[in-house]
Design a protein around this ligand. Sequence first.
Ligand SMILES: NC(=O)c1ccc[n+]([C@@H]2O[C@H](COP(=O)([O-])OP(=O)(O)OC[C@H]3O[C@@H](n4cnc5c(N)ncnc54)[C@H](OP(=O)(O)O)[C@@H]3O)[C@@H](O)[C@H]2O)c1
Length: 300
Amino acid sequence: MMISKRNILITGSSGMLGVDLGSELARDYNIIGMDVKPSAVNHQLSAFIKCDITDKDRIIKSARDAKPDLIIHTAAWTDVDGCEEEPEKAKKINQKGTENVAISTSELSIPLIYISTDFVFDGNKKALYTENDLPNPVNIYGKSKLEGEKKVAALNKYIILRTGWMFGVNGKNFVDTILDKAKAKKEIKVVDDQIGCPTYTKDFATAIGKLLSVVPIRDTREIYHITNKGAVTWFDYTKEIIKIRGVDNIQLVPIKSDQLNRPAKRPAFSVLDNSKFEKATGFVMRPWRDALREYINAKK
Ligand SMILES: NC(=O)c1ccc[n+]([C@@H]2O[C@H](COP(=O)([O-])OP(=O)(O)OC[C@H]3O[C@@H](n4cnc5c(N)ncnc54)[C@H](OP(=O)(O)O)[C@@H]3O)[C@@H](O)[C@H]2O)c1
């Protein structure tokens, strides 16, 4: 007897994580993409719905028509400085938009997986953040994502996945910014007073697939932290990017965050502890350096 594949609706399916997640899960599930615009690279979708998550009636109707067994909500406004300058827009997309997605899952009695961020923490801990640590965001982006978490945590069936410092083929990211700068400049200034863990969207997508295969999401209300392994400052991360790329005529200058004058403050330390995820799945994420090497070498 043929067992039909379950349907997963992914919001933000044209984004950096959304595309890799769709590709990863398409082997085992029918993937319905949802975003404000289609992606040129997303060939794996069984359907695509153009929908803005801030339009409550539309997302509820679209989800009802699509009949998913699960929604994975990756759509967000991820411009950290932009959020600081336009807090109402951040609230509309990251908080209200998430509430709309949450309502649509509760209407259908299906579980919701919500992608959240290491930026919900204030960075004062100086040891790995676990799921039991209290969030205390230092910027509007982190606050809006935390408010989104609260809407999700009011549901009966949900998983909140926090990750951080993502890079991937299908989005604007720090690695590409540094590689571009290295072509055009002799000197690059980078902050050395923020520590996090770079995470490859492809690896994160694999981890989500592992979690789906072992955790019975039907009755789950859990938070998991998932990043690649390790910890690094933006400065040492940049050194590694330059080293892997083989650029030798560039000078890297360490600076402090306040010298950058950016609108949004960032947590000084936001490394997440993967232990709970590892225990649940038996799967250990590879070190960020290995993931970064694969990402850069694939571009050569
Ligand atoms: N990037 C990171 O370092 C990082 C770290 C930790 C957690 N996260 C979280 O991971 C998730 C995915 O991040 P990402 O880097 O893949 O982001 P991304 O590349 O910006 O993808 C998000 C997608 O959502 C779409 N979107 C934005 N507003 C929307 C709306 N109102 N309705 C429907 N779709 C909308 C975006 O379209 P536009 O491009 O047109 O806006 C984009 O296609 C987000 O929830 C983010 O908060 C990201």
